[in-house]
Ligand binder design. Structure first.
Ligand SMILES: [Mg+2]
Length: 414
């Protein structure tokens, strides 16, 4: 291990998963065989899965632009969860035709084995990609909520011990067209509204369009934001695949000089080999993975240290179970994990739960603001205060979608 990797891993490691046999997966000391094992191992705690919970019905509901998934069990338990509506508006027939029907009459507690079968069922693997995985995630999150409700435990407990309920958040700017001075005002407002101790800025022109809409914006923005916000704020930066390797490294050095905490998607997101080159050239941790949905490519990226911070999207990557496997592989390799936050639905609640039990989670999770789906928790305001959002501790997802809102939703035809 060279000095750069030693510095990176030693500053990034804070905890470790326990594997199914009770051994810590261990940070940094891993092997390709160990990663394969973690990729295939069951991740839900068996003590909550002993008594069957038979799924009687699964309904896809729609209220305006929002979708809901309602699952009922034979013995009267009910779950209502929010899938990724932004994506489901285009791909809901895949949920209805390829995912929903398969689970009717099945035992919710067999979810991990059923998801393996689902992948082959009706050649679903030919549909894999965001359109299939968001539909699987819609179903999986409903099933996990149902199991949590029946067993009386919050979602995180199904995977491991809940380690924290105070979840540090960051706000990300979506701006690429304003001046560095205007952007500083936007970030100051984010911080004032949420008390966030961290923010994320956008670099470059997005998707290999190197030129900023304002020439030189990125080079001015990076030092300006550090100067204006001071040393107490953690700064993250996302290029959204803007650069080739040479420019990615040049911009990365500027981030290092200004003490940014990670550098997200420096080069085209699916160019794992180039991402690895940038990671090896820089000291700043490189982050990526929000568009990734292949467990084998995640494993390659982790085994080969293509990145230092792995960012599976809980919906685009097919749900909690697959994303926990990614986090466990990252943990074994001494890498950190933070979920990408896909907007719409109750994605921010999903992120709170993921961060509540994953040991190698980063310090701050993205918070995009609350949703227009009316819901409440008895144990959390679901709003940021002093840069913290509390993870609900009621059973399952821990939030109740307003029953009136559910009643006014219409059933999407099967
Ligand atoms: Mg990103």
């Amino acid at each position: 291990m060279n000095r750069r990797h030693f510095l990176k891993t030693s500053s990034l490691v804070t905890g470790s998963f326990l594997s199914a046999n009770g051994n810590a997966t261990g940070a940094g000391a891993t092997s390709p065989e160990h990663l394969i094992q973690l990729d295939e191992e069951l991740v839900l705690r068996s003590k909550f899965l002993n008594e069957p919970i038979t799924i009687q019905s699964i309904d896809l509901l729609r209220n305006g632009r929002n979708f809901l998934v309602r699952i009922r069990s034979h013995d009267g338990a009910e779950s209502v969860t929010a899938p990724n509506s932004l994506r489901l508006k285009d791909c809901w027939p895949i949920f209805q035709n390829r995912v929903r029907r398969f689970f009717i009459g099945k035992d919710a507690c067999q979810i991990e084995k059923l998801l393996v079968q689902l992948y082959r069922h009706g050649s679903n693997y030919k549909w894999q990609g965001l359109a299939f995985w968001v539909c699987q995630a819609a179903l999986e999150m409903g099933v996990l909520d149902l199991i949590g409700k029946v067993r009386g435990v919050p979602l995180g407990e199904l995977f491991g011990d809940v380690r924290r309920r105070d979840i540090g958040i960051y706000r990300a700017s979506g701006n690429r067209r304003n001046t560095p001075e205007q952007e500083a005002d936007v970030l100051r407002r984010f911080i004032a509204e949420t008390g966030a101790k961290a923010v994320k800025i956008r670099l470059g022109g997005r998707m290999k369009q190197l030129e900023d809409t304002r020439p030189g914006r990125t080079e001015k923005l990076i030092p300006h934001i550090r100067k204006v916000l001071g040393d107490q704020i953690t700064l993250y930066a996302d290029s959204n695949s803007s650069y080739g390797v040479k420019d990615a490294i040049r911009i990365g050095r500027l981030l290092e000089e200004n003490d940014y905490a990670f550098y997200e998607e420096p080069v085209p997101f699916d160019h794992l080999w180039e991402t690895k080159q940038v990671t090896e050239a820089l000291k700043i941790p490189v982050a990526g993975g929000e568009q990734e949905y292949s467990m084998r490519r995640f494993r390659w990226a982790i085994e080969n240290r293509a990145m230092d911070v792995v960012m599976p999207d809980l919906h685009y990557n097919g749900g909690f179970i697959r994303s926990v496997r990614v986090a466990r592989m990252a943990d074994a390799a001494g890498l950190k994990c933070t979920p990408h936050m896909s907007g719409s639905g109750l994605g921010y609640v999903n992120v709170l739960h993921f961060a509540s039990f994953v040991p190698n989670i980063t310090d701050h999770q993205e918070f995009k603001g609350t949703s227009d789906i009316p819901c409440a928790s008895k144990t959390s305001s679901l709003k940021p205060k002093n840069g913290i959002v509390i993870c609900p501790s009621e059973p399952g997802m821990g939030v109740e979608v307003d029953p009136d809102y559910v009643r006014k939703s219409r059933l999407v035809p099967a």
